[in-house]
Design a protein around this ligand. Structure first.
Ligand code: FDA
Length: 396
């Protein structure tokens, strides 16, 4: 039977990084993936330009920007392999990049440059990348592990599970990592789609259908968590960065509060408009302050009819309240079909924070999205993949 030092399951961001690092330490590494090409999610990420890290990540804010049942868990790996470390790797490879808003770093060119760099580094480190090979299962074999694959078994001293989450099944997400965790008796934190558009009930959709396509900068809030980003109305509900971010915090039955006009005082604007254009129908007057369809929607929701001049202060205050504290009640999300990431996964209490090794199974590691660590939108998830891959690559 074929034997090696380290088998890595999954040639995504985390698996490639772990393979490079283990290979550089002189370990014999095989990286297996059932896809035809490695790093497919890197390729499509960031609209094809890969938002590869986030410059605003610090040790102080990491516990806020990564969701996990144990928010402290990710700190060790994240502080040992930082955004600057990955930036240095990009610079050394001559890959040009730029900073967008909120510290998000993107390639100037194509995301495939990042994949090519990682594959090149893996090969230079002696790693053996095997594509179109499926992993079926994993079992202990004495001191080693036996990996069952579509091309026969491999015996390895260490196995790193980097098979990702459940999002975008048509891109290779398989859930095998969770199965392996279960087979080895590790606990799982319930998984759910995150960074995902939210959907409305049919009745709400009927009322908001005309808004599809409208985008505006808003503040969304659920509990103590809020984001100032763009919201996009869709044919199914709402999307855009503000909604993707808050979706990680939203649960069925919750309302999300949206300030459609942060930093503005719609009540005062309405009072001024009443002086200037009081004879206009209320929604026509309001459409001077916001997209016409949104004005119509808010006026209908507030149940106002007639001229602006005829509205009582109380009615206008109610309209302003609706504009600043709109209660959004999604019924669900678009699910794993479009979710960028999976919340939950392998419970971190069963893993060593420094090496990502399963405490009860020396030689078995879990890294990247399969672990219960999920970042905000904006390069945080790749940074977790790089950092956790790097950490396991130092140890396996
Ligand atoms: P990843 O999913 O990348 O890799 C897992 C690998 O395992 C895959 O190659 C898969 O084929 C393989 N595999 C699974 N089951 C297998 C089996 N049974 N046998 C063999 N191989 C198997 N993040 C970010 O920080 N910035 C961004 O710009 C974006 N953009 C973005 C866009 C879109 C559309 C999505 C869906 C996601 C993002 N993300 C992102 C999130 C980011 O892509 C994600 O967090 C990382 O890819 C996770 O890396 P992993 O290596 O853990 O899993």
């Amino acid at each position: 039977m074929e034997t090696t030092d380290v088998v890595i399951l999954g040639a995504g961001a985390a698996g490639l990084m772990a393979g490079i690092e283990a290979g550089r330490r002189g370990r014999r590494v095989i990286v297996i993936d059932h896809a035809r090409s490695p790093g497919e999610k890197i390729r499509i990420s960031g609209g094809g330009r890969c938002n590869f890290t986030n410059r605003l990540l610090t040790r102080q804010n990491a516990m806020q920007r990564f969701l996990s049942r144990n928010p402290r868990f990710a700190l060790s790996a994240l502080s040992r392999y930082t955004p600057e470390d990955f930036i240095a790797r990009m610079d050394a490879a001559g890959i040009a990049w730029h900073e967008k808003h909120l510290g998000q770093l993107f390639c100037d060119g194509k995301a495939t440059q990042v994949v090519d760099m990682l594959v090149r580094d893996l090969r230079a480190a002696g790693g053996d990348l095997r594509l179109e090979v499926s992993v079926h299962s994993l079992a202990r074999a004495g001191e080693s592990f036996r990996v069952e694959t579509s091309q026969g078994p491999i015996l390895a001293q260490s196995v790193i599970v980097a098979t990702g989450g459940k999002s975008i099944p048509k891109m290779g997400a398989s859930g095998i990592g969770y199965q392996i965790a279960r087979d080895f008796g590790l606990k799982l934190v319930e998984t759910r789609p995150a960074l995902v558009p939210l959907t409305f009930a049919e009745q709400e959709l009927a009322q908001s259908a005309a808004l599809a396509g409208i985008a505006l900068d808003v503040k969304v809030r659920r509990g103590k968590t809020s984001f100032d980003e763009a919201l996009l109305f869709t044919h199914r509900g709402v999307s855009g960065p503000a909604i993707l971010q808050i979706s990680s915090y939203w649960r069925e039955g919750d309302a999300i509060e949206v300030d459609l006009f942060p930093g503005r005082d719609i009540a005062a604007e309405l009072a001024n408009l009443r002086g200037e254009t009081g004879r206009q129908a209320v929604h026509n007057a309001l459409s001077r302050a916001m997209p016409d369809k949104l004005a119509q929607y808010l006026v209908a929701q507030a149940g106002l009819t007639g001229r602006l001049a005829d509205q009582s202060n109380k009615a206008l205050a109610a309209l302003a309240e609706r504009a600043h504290r709109w209660q959004l009640k999604p019924v669900g999300s678009e699910g794993y079909r479009t979710a960028e990431v999976t919340l939950g996964g392998v419970d971190t209490t069963d893993l060593d924070a420094k090496s990502l090794q399963a405490r009860a199974h020396p030689g078995l590691y879990f890294i990247g999205e399969v672990v219960d660590v999920t970042g905000w939108l904006g390069g945080y998830n790749f940074q977790w993949a790089w950092a956790s891959g790097w950490a396991a690559g130092q140890a396996a």
